[in-house]
Design a binder for this molecule. Structure first.
Ligand code: S3P
Length: 448
């Protein structure tokens, strides 16, 4: 059982370590904050539209704040981002960015840096420098700069343009047909954004479908964008039309909801409802895996909100079977693999994750970090170049663990601590604020 004394709520002054008592159960309702991917896009597309964009439900977390700060540095008016209040963006049009006087700081946000590369590469005659925190400066950027180079972009950085700080000399871009080597929505979206002002049509072909929020939202803003049916992995943009400011409603982030789904599924006696969760099919791989595990998860009140499917999710504790995942499913749950590793510890048998080498270039090397940290709690797991093998059911034991600065690792370890015997100590719990600033408050409130 938790008490307010041991579970310090996150209210601006989170301690550098968090005591996480094992035991107890979770009960009640929670509204997770807005979808991170959709929040970035709403800000960015609003900035390059004509007129005003009003965003409801924008995620008030560190990553979208980084995007907003970069946009403001280029002359875009973005209203203050305050939880529960709509955000306004006054667009400057497709080519209206002012040259910033200083380095654009993308913080910890890969989405900010990669989408900005696409947006800025075609701003002819202007110079931009993008950088970020230590984690972001280690992440591969040539996957965006390389294909943008085929359109005529000029991007330079350390390791032959792979590592930030990155300098962009804005150019007049040409249209191209580009096959991306990885199914990455960040790479795809960067190319689609560059395509909006290229000299001719651009087609992006990805190996598997990655999240398609950019396609949906760019079309709603008035871009001439066509997705080839049926699998949606080929997208063509015809440059020309200017974008028009829109009303965007951001649903709750299924990647944040995933922590509560697994927490309820593994913690005896739990029953949680997570309201207003985005259910875009390119993001719902986690629900398919939980269903295959036999988890008691129901989708209630399905509806459509501003072009994205939404529903409420109810999750209850129950026995779990192991899972095997790989292939085209991975991009549809790529951010949920750390929490699925926790779920696997509580499933009877051997779970296998493969084709997930992309996790090694996220905010941290999430395969290595989860193997290290869950291993410290007694998990029986093996790390492979492209995944993990996890044996359950393993009774986890309390340990001193570390988020290693990764928001999703912090929250996954907090969920693991619920089923551990004893008190877990988590270093750097504040990392959660990158995507879910109220996580510790919600955890404290939902525990009974
Ligand atoms: C995101 C795409 C994914 C995901 C990230 C957000 C996006 O990255 O991991 O958290 O908003 O486009 P990749 O596109 O690199 O797979």
């Amino acid at each position: 059982m938790s008490s307010p004394a041991t579970l310090t709520p996150q209210s601006g002054s989170l301690p550098s370590e968090q005591l996480l008592p094992g035991g107890g159960r979770l009960s009640g309702s929670v509204r997770v904050p807005g979808d991170k991917s959709i929040s970035h896009r709403a800000l960015l597309f609003g900035a390059i539209a004509e007129g005003e964009t009003r965003i409801e439900g924008l995620l008030p977390a560190e990553d979208p704040l980084s995007t907003a700060a970069c946009l403001r540095a280029m002359g875009v008016e973005v209203s203050e981002i305050v939880a529960g209040q709509p955000v306004w963006v006054r667009g400057v049009g497709l080519d209206g960015f002012r040259e910033p006087e200083n380095v654009l700081d993308c913080g910890n946000s890969g989405t900010t840096m990669r989408l900005m590369l696409g947006l800025l590469a075609g701003r002819a005659g202007r110079h931009f420098v993008l950088s970020g925190d230590a984690s972001l400066r280690r992440r591969p950027m040539r996957r965006v700069g390389g294909p943008l180079g085929e359109m005529g972009a000029s991007i330079h950085g350390r390791q032959g343009g792979n590592l930030a700080p990155l300098a962009i000399e804005g150019q007049s871009l040409r249209g191209a047909t580009i096959r991306t080597p990885v199914a990455s929505a960040q790479v795809k979206s960067a190319l689609l954004l560059a395509a909006l002002t290229a000299g001719g049509p651009t087609t992006v072909i990805e190996p598997h479908l990655s999240r398609d929020h950019s396609e949906r939202m760019l079309r709603a803003f008035g871009a001439d964008l066509r997705v080839e049916a049926p699998e949606g992995t080929t997208v063509t943009v015809h440059p020309g039309p200017s974008l028009r400011g829109q009303e965007v409603v951001v649903p709750g982030d299924i990647s944040s909801a995933a922590f509560w789904l697994v927490a309820a599924a593994i913690t005896p006696g739990s029953d949680l409802t997570i309201e207003n969760v985005g259910l875009n099919p390119s993001r719902t791989g986690i629900l398919e895996v939980l269903e295959a595990m036999g988890a008691r998860v129901e989708i209630l009140n399905r509806r459509d909100v501003a072009g994205e499917p939404v529903g409420d999710l109810r999750a209850q504790h129950g026995a779990l079977r192991p899972f095997t995942i790989g292939g085209e499913l991975i991009p549809r749950l790529v951010d949920e693999i750390p929490i699925l590793a926790v779920a696997a510890c509580c499933a009877e048998g051997v779970s296998r994750i493969s084709d997930a080498a992309e996790l090694r270039v996220k905010e941290t090397d999430r395969l290595a970090v989860m193997a290290r940290q869950l291993g410290a709690m007694g998990a029986r797991l093996q790390e492979h170049p492209d995944g993990l093998t996890i044996e359950g059911i393993t009774p986890l034991k309390a340990a001193t663990v570390d988020s290693e600065t990764d928001h999703r690792v912090a929250m996954s370890l907090a969920v693991a601590s619920l089923v551990a015997t004893g008190d877990t100590v988590l270093h750097d719990p504040g990392a959660a604020a990158v995507s879910y600033p109220g996580f510790w408050d919600d955890l404290s409130r939902l525990r009974v």
